[in-house]
Write a protein that binds this ligand. Sequence first.
Ligand code: NAD
Ligand code: UD1
Length: 319
Amino acid sequence: MSKRVLVTGVAGFIGSHMAEGLMKRGYQVTGMDDLSTGEKRNIPAGIRFVKGDVTRPADLKKAFSSALAGVFHIAGCASTIKAFDDPESDLRTNTMGTVAVVQACLGKKVPRLLYASSMTVYGHPEKLPVREDSPCRPVSYYGISKYAAERYVLATGARRDLGFSFGATAFRMFNVYGRRQSLTNPYQGVASIFIGNILRQEPVKIFGDGLQSRDFIHISDVVRAWILAFERKAAIGQALNLGTGMRISVKRLVDTDIRAFGLDPARYPVKFFPVRPGDQRHMQADIRRTRKILAWAPKMPFEKGMADVISWARDEASI
Ligand code: NAD
Ligand code: UD1
């Protein structure tokens, strides 16, 4: 069987790490990206790169031109705020782009598709930690488009009329952090936004009271889980939470970052702004199903993972 896989979103934060992890594991990688938020320098050396948009069948045709053992569909617009500003663009990229990837998989009889879903599908959960069988009632436009895409992926995986075996898995990822998450794009994840602010000695902005919390998971734990899922039949047909099971407040994140730079949180300028639309108050993953199905556990402690990002960010700033 072909050892070639396709990673969409390969010039972005999660996609670039995924491609590296897959190559280390011995896979040949084709990567696709339209470079809308991703950067050329993130694309790992040694992959076959196709510059293209997942919503365009002609571009997908190029990316799917070799036989593929699987597709890691990670391309998307990650920002809840951008989705409120331009819902049609969000729907086009996140939902229609995913439908187009599913169609391309079916056209080429690709046996396996893994999809980058999000904890935003849950909206405001009734109970924490949130389990995969909890109601999905997204409260952001982004959460809606990611949930629709997740359903297209899993409902296609459940079809029995395809004439070939097509296995789908969706990861409901919580807040992923790590090297290469953009330090300059205010629409990327909060962990790197704060680090970028402190590096540039700008005030940190907190939307709300800062007591809202998130489950931050390091990129190394994410990549390991996806590759295990690709290689395990038990992951087929599943939507799996990908978090650590722990919750950290935004205020604690700010204080950890300020301290890691050797500064005093009590003296660093922090400005408070109103809560943004669609913001979830608290999120924490129940990861029992993921642990069991993948025989996986998160390994990277938060403080250590964050120190590693800060060390990378300092090097970036000195370039
Ligand atoms: P990112 O912006 O760094 O990466 C997304 C990549 O997709 C970029 O390189 C971008 O250029 C590319 N892209 C966007 N639209 C495209 C299109 N139409 N065709 C081809 N490429 C396109 O963001 P990220 O944080 O790495 O997020 C990757 C994916 O994971 C997104 O789908 C996001 O919704 C999902 N996700 C992210 C997180 C997180 O915490 N970062 C959590 C859950 C889910
Ligand atoms: C993030 C990801 C989303 C992913 C989801 C899954 C991004 C941009 N968002 O959503 O793609 O699907 O995790 O877990 O990567 N905040 C501040 N100040 C800032 C920026 C943010 O206070 O400067 C607050 C936000 O209001 C929010 C929290 O920090 O309460 C987390 O924000 P953020 O990382 O942007 O997005 P999520 O909504 O958690």
